[in-house]
Design a protein around this ligand. Structure first.
Ligand SMILES: [Zn+2]
Length: 253
């Protein structure tokens, strides 16, 4: 009788393991960036490196940079408060670098390689991360490029469905209107978070709102949602809300 009970318990445990594996189905579009690339878990000691990129047409002025410093401090306050909510040990600060390059921003990334090769004297961004992690004695050294011009801020994420890409960085366009959320949103992307708004009416935004309410990845508040917390390494399990979201959004993107 005892051994039957034990066998039943073992069978139940197997079912639990199988079902949580199914829910964390790595082929779901929301999970394609988890634990890939140089930035995997936003935990421990972190030093965000803000790289002010001056181009011939769009140089940074001291006054403009000072406005970004202030916004960056309040962005880090949001991140600290959210990490605390998830009982995550995160000690995050930032520092700045100034580079003047000969190339304007473009999506062919000529500007990026100019910075990696000529300014950082590196072959890949992994070398840059490793250098800063070692020299600053920190667990994480995420790198964010800031342009004093206007385009859509974006993160070049490492994703399982794009295996040839190993570079991983954010680009934030500040112009004169940089918002607190630009930095937090792109930083979370860097660690694997996904957008929770619609790209073209696919329905992700409605389902995200149903499970998470307003949140940073849907650009509606500064709050971190449960799925993002899981993707960026603040929790190791999917909450019921995150599981519901994954179930309802499978195949939507
Ligand atoms: Zn985004």
């Amino acid at each position: 009788m005892k051994s039957l009970a034990l066998r039943l318990l073992a069978a139940a445990l197997c079912l639990v393991l199988l079902s949580s594996q199914a829910l964390a189905d790595a082929s779901h579009f929301a999970l394609l960036g988890k634990d890939l690339g140089p930035c995997r878990r936003l935990t421990g000691s972190a030093y965000a490196i803000l790289v002010f990129v001056s181009t011939p047409a769009h140089p940074w002025t001291q006054k403009q940079k000072e406005a970004v410093y202030d916004i960056s401090w309040s962005s880090l306050d949001y991140i600290r408060a959210n990490a605390k909510k998830y009982r995550t040990d995160l000690d995050i600060t930032y520092g700045c670098l100034d580079f003047s390059i000969n190339t304007e921003y473009s999506r062919d990334l000529a500007w990026y390689w100019e910075i990696i090769h000529d300014e950082f004297h590196a072959q890949s961004i992994q070398q840059v991360y490793d250098y800063y992690k070692q020299s600053l004695q920190v667990d994480e050294a995420p790198i964010l490029f800031l342009f004093n011009s206007w385009d859509l801020s974006c993160t070049y994420m490492c994703k399982a469905d794009y295996p040839g890409w190993n570079e991983e960085f954010c680009v934030i366009f500040c112009d004169t209107q940089m918002h607190d959320h630009y930095l937090t949103h792109e930083l979370y992307h860097l660690y694997g978070a996904i957008d929770l708004y619609d790209y073209s009416g696919e329905g992700v935004a409605r389902i995200a709102h149903k499970y998470f309410g307003n949140c940073d990845m849907s650009c509606t508040s500064a709050d971190v949602d449960d799925l993002t917390a899981y993707l960026i390494g603040w929790t190791d399990s999917l909450s019921a809300s995150a599981q519901g979201f994954l179930r309802e959004t499978k195949g939507l993107r």
